[in-house]
Design a protein around this ligand. Structure first.
Ligand SMILES: Cc1cc2nc3c(=O)[nH]c(=O)nc-3n(C[C@H](O)[C@H](O)[C@H](O)COP(=O)(O)O)c2cc1C
Length: 332
């Protein structure tokens, strides 16, 4: 029997969705609103520039969501997640591990490096650890380190995209993994969420879809560019962080650069998002995945989740209708 997310989580979710952590985009307001609307909210720890600010964000999220649960015990309020870089060169590693012990988020998402240290701490208090991976080698390594879930970052994803097709990635990982799978990459609609489940994933990981949320930390120019953009405006380039990331061509042009004349950034320093040069690249040049084409307006997190629910239920009805036809044809 393969493992899925805990029963207690299903009771808190309106949709099997994690709003993915995004550098300079996901902050406590977005996370809180995702959770209050029944989808898991997450943010990357480096978005809190100071460790004291991170400490504050984590206690505030615990307090506000607990308060909401007490006030309305029947509403679905999802857990929140912290995303942290676990590479040994990451300067805040020990401080962030201490904050995890202190605030005990139900889910910790690790990027870049071995999740082992985090697994030991989070399992001690009964939380779960998911690791994001973009190829089979790292998926196997994370599985061996004892994580509960693998986040498969497939091709077309916003941020540092993988290169493997979503369906192929899930199938390949399922040959050696019976734990939780979260699928990432260009999932921007409720139908996409259902497709991720049909492909064998437990949860969908949606980044780009939530950038336009009014509660995100993105600025309006970025949001408007996303609304205007189609997949043709997305460029996979290693010019800004040294590894391939999907970026919005109009933002590259706006920064005075020619998208056709970019050169690879020689030094890969994305291990440490705190570095000013790195932050600057992501502040001025904006990222999005291939799913931009289905985003047509700036709206609140509540409105986005409500739309996703409608799309999900419509897709489910269509599938059931067609499945019904298949079985009728068989009988005839
Ligand atoms: C603007 C932006 C910033 C991102 N920053 C991070 C990050 O700091 N840490 C991380 O693990 N993933 C980061 N990602 C990747 C997302 O967590 C997620 O894998 C991706 O957005 C999923 O693909 P989608 O955007 O097509 O939905 C970022 C993505 C975007 C679009």
């Amino acid at each position: 029997m393969r493992k899925s997310i805990p029963e207690s989580w299903w009771a808190q979710l309106k949709l099997p969705v994690i709003s993915a952590p995004m550098f300079l985009v996901s902050g406590p307001e977005l996370v809180k609103n995702c959770c209050l609307n029944g989808v898991i909210g997450s943010f990357p720890a480096p978005n809190a520039r100071l460790i004291e600010v991170l400490d504050h964000w984590m206690s505030q999220l615990n307090e506000e969501l607990e308060h909401a649960r007490v006030n309305d015990p029947n509403s679905k309020i999802a857990p929140w997640a912290l995303n942290m870089v676990v590479h040994s060169s990451y300067s805040r590693l020990q401080d962030e591990l201490s904050l995890i012990k202190k605030h005990q988020p139900q889910l910790v998402i690790t990027s870049l490096g071995s999740p082992k240290l985090v697994v030991d701490i989070v399992h001690e208090y009964g939380g779960l650890v998911f690791s994001d991976v973009s190829d089979l080698k790292f998926a196997k390594k994370a599985a061996e380190a004892g994580v509960d879930g693998l986040i498969l970052v497939a091709s077309g994803a916003g941020g540092h995209a993988g290169q493997i097709n979503s369906f192929a990635f899930v199938d390949m990982v399922r040959t050696f993994w019976d734990g939780i799978i979260v699928l990432a990459g260009s999932i921007s609609t409720g139908k996409g969420v259902l497709a991720a489940q049909a492909a064998g994933a437990d949860l969908a990981y949606m980044g780009t879809r939530f950038i336009v949320a009014t509660e995100s930390m993105a600025n309006d120019e970025y949001r408007e560019m996303l609304v205007e953009a189609t997949q043709e405006d997305i460029l996979l380039t290693d010019a800004f962080s040294g590894v391939s990331a999907n970026m919005l061509k109009p933002s590259i042009k706006k920064a005075g650069l020619d998208p056709d004349q970019l050169v690879k950034k020689s030094k890969v320093d994305f291990d440490d998002m705190q570095k000013e040069t790195n932050a600057k690249a992501w502040r001025d040049i904006w990222s999005a995945g291939h799913g931009v084409g289905s985003i047509d307006k700036i709206e609140s997190t509540a409105a986005i989740v409500a739309r996703l629910e409608v799309e999900y239920n419509e897709a489910l009805q269509n599938i059931n209708r067609n499945a019904g036809k298949l079985s009728t044809e068989k009988v005839n």
